[in-house]
Design a protein around this ligand. Structure first.
Ligand code: CTP
Ligand code: MG
Length: 556
């Protein structure tokens, strides 16, 4: 169960600052819609991490006086930003200007004493605030204004899509509604930072870094939070730091393999989260997986978290996706659309299994955009040729070098519309020779499949790995069938588009309703009526059924 995040804002000066910042950075991190210079992935990571370190998470009583609360906290130093959200209770995310303010606040915070229960005195940056005298605090306080940051319901979404002016407009609407908000991103970095505090109790100077869709600009509201414990150079021989006649080494415990070391580290962090981690519940240690992990739920933020270790390559692939997402505004719009489409038709699921993952779908979109003429996205090999000396990166023997400065990459001259790209995407993959070809974004062209998995998408850095090895033939077939049918529906659009004043779903809306494709498929097989008639009937039947439960696009 995912709690809903309802963000509450107060129209005071601090909230006004937030609004400005929110507007200026609405298009997540990349600034891709405006002409501002695009930030490097590493710069964004550094800024966000530093921001999170001077931020605290506070569980508040629902009747709190925001003004007094902020004034009270300001005793520890100026606040640069704050927002409220609801997630089984009211929470405040408060960002101080300086890190010292957090220490100052921690110094006046007590560990609760309870009559029947015992507390483990772990001093984190996650607090609980109580009102000493609730009655005199609430009287003059108006209701805190609420703004809702959950993805739109299916009903709201179909309305929004219905009123859009074009299919391109529909895709951009979908992106706007589902992309992570500024506050959601802040909460993701804060959650990692809180976990880092815990892990640092064992491994001093470790870093917990978010990766995957939380940072690669393709995350949908409600997606999981992937993070990894970066132990950096801890324990590794570093010649730069040695001088003189002696060489100092830490006394360490030795285990027989890197994998066992990873399992031991994750095991202890898992225990730590379970026993001492405030708000960390449902901790599961999945240590026998190819990539061992600890899965848990961070109750206060509502995020489902996957913690791994030694995952620098995955961070590099997040950076690569971030670059692709920032290069052209059509990329994210198309990826979000395909992710929502796949979710709506149960091609993807939040449960692991033999279905296609969002990561694989993103790779397929990137590959497709590399195949356009002229290409919309460059190949990874080309990005490697643009790399400077500072970009050189070899991880565990794999060459992960590519350009990090987005401004060095020339924009594409391709002017295709999103509508045409969407149609072409479905046609391209509806007819792709999956039986013999592999998808390869490094070279931007099909390769012969090196093994017999039904779907083969080469991992761009660990090139011997297939990122879609889990996908079975029937799931691939389902994808192909739906792609073909969606291409067909889009090709009928011109004839059937309703007038703007009618409330009928059209364009993308028809593609996101599972019943349409299934019924269209049936209708097509029966071949009883002309296409326009069939679509009209289908749309009527959708209108009469409740849209509320049809499209579950809220998951990942
Ligand atoms: N990853 C990978 N190879 C895989 C699966 C995942 O390299 N076979 C890496 C990718 O960098 C991916 C990250 O692990 O982005 C997180 O995986 P996952 O959570 O499955 O995908 P996300 O991209 O985060 O998408 P979602 O929104 O579905 O979580
Ligand atoms: Mg993820």
């Amino acid at each position: 169960l995912r709690p809903t995040h309802r963000l509450l804002s107060y129209p005071g000066p601090v909230a006004a600052d937030l609004k400005r910042e929110e507007q200026s950075s609405r298009n997540v991190e990349t600034g891709s819609e405006d002409k501002t210079p695009k930030k490097k992935f590493s710069e964004v990571q550094k800024e966000r991490r530093e921001q999170a370190q001077r931020t605290v998470l506070i569980h508040c009583p629902s009747k709190i006086s925001e003004k007094k609360f902020l004034k009270y906290l300001s005793q520890h130093g100026p606040i640069s930003n704050h927002f409220f959200y609801e997630s089984f209770g009211l929470y405040a995310v408060v960002e101080f200007c300086q890190k010292e303010s957090v220490t100052s606040l921690q110094n006046v915070t007590r560990t609760p004493s309870m009559d029947t229960e015992a507390a483990i005195p772990f001093k984190s940056r996650f607090f609980n605030v109580k009102m000493k005298n609730p009655s005199n605090q609430t009287s003059e306080q108006p209701c805190i204004q609420c703004s809702n940051h959950t993805p739109p319901s299916s009903k709201k979404l179909s309305e929004l899509l219905c009123y859009a002016e074009s299919i391109d407009d529909q895709l951009n609407t979908l992106l706007k509604e589902f992309q992570l908000t500024e506050e959601d991103i802040k909460l993701r970095y804060l959650t990692c930072s809180l976990i880092e505090d815990l892990a640092a109790a064992y491994f001093q100077d470790c870093i917990v870094r978010p990766f995957g869709s939380s940072v690669n600009s393709f995350g949908k509201l409600g997606c999981d939070l992937d993070m990894f414990l970066d132990l950096g150079e801890i324990g590794k021989f570093n010649t730069n730091k040695t001088s003189g006649n002696f060489l100092m080494e830490f006394q360490v415990k030795n285990v027989s393999s890197e994998r066992i070391a990873t399992q031991k580290i994750l095991s202890v962090i898992g225990e730590c989260l379970d026993h001492f981690g405030p708000g960390c519940v449902g901790v599961q240690k999945i240590l026998n997986a190819r990539c061992p992990l600890v899965r848990f739920s961070h109750q206060a933020s509502g995020f489902q978290c996957d913690l791994t270790t030694n995952n620098r390559i995955a961070l590099k692939s997040s950076e690569l996706l971030y670059i692709y997402g920032a290069l052209d505004s059509r990329v994210r719009a198309l990826v979000f659309c395909i992710r929502c489409w796949a979710r709506a038709h149960s091609l993807t699921s939040s449960i692991p299994g033999s279905w296609i993952t969002n990561f694989s779908l993103t790779m397929m979109v990137i590959f497709f955009l590399q195949r356009r003429s002229p290409p919309i996205l460059p190949t990874l090999d080309y990005l490697k040729t643009l790399a400077g000396a500072e970009d050189k990166c070899i991880i565990e023997g794999h060459n992960c070098t590519f350009v990090s400065d987005l401004n060095r990459i020339k924009p594409s001259g391709n002017t295709e519309t999103l509508e045409s790209l969407l149609k072409e995407f479905f046609e391209y993959f509806g007819n792709f020779a999956f039986n013999k070809n592999s998808i390869n974004i490094r070279q931007g062209r099909e390769q012969n499949k090196p093994e017999s998995s039904p779907l083969h998408i080469q991992n761009p850095f660990e090139t011997s790995l297939n990122i879609s090895k889990n996908v079975n033939q029937s799931q691939l077939q389902k994808f192909v069938d739906l792609a073909r049918e969606s291409a067909w529906i889009l090709s009928q659009e011109d004839k059937d588009r309703p007038s703007p004043s009618s409330n009928r779903p059209w364009g993308l809306a028809t593609l996101l309703l599972p019943s349409v494709v299934n019924s269209v498929s049936l209708a097509k097989k029966k071949k009883k009526k002309p296409a326009s008639e069939r679509i009209k009937n289908l749309l009527e039947s959708i209108k009469s059924s409740s849209p509320e439960n049809d499209t579950n696009t809220n998951g990942k």
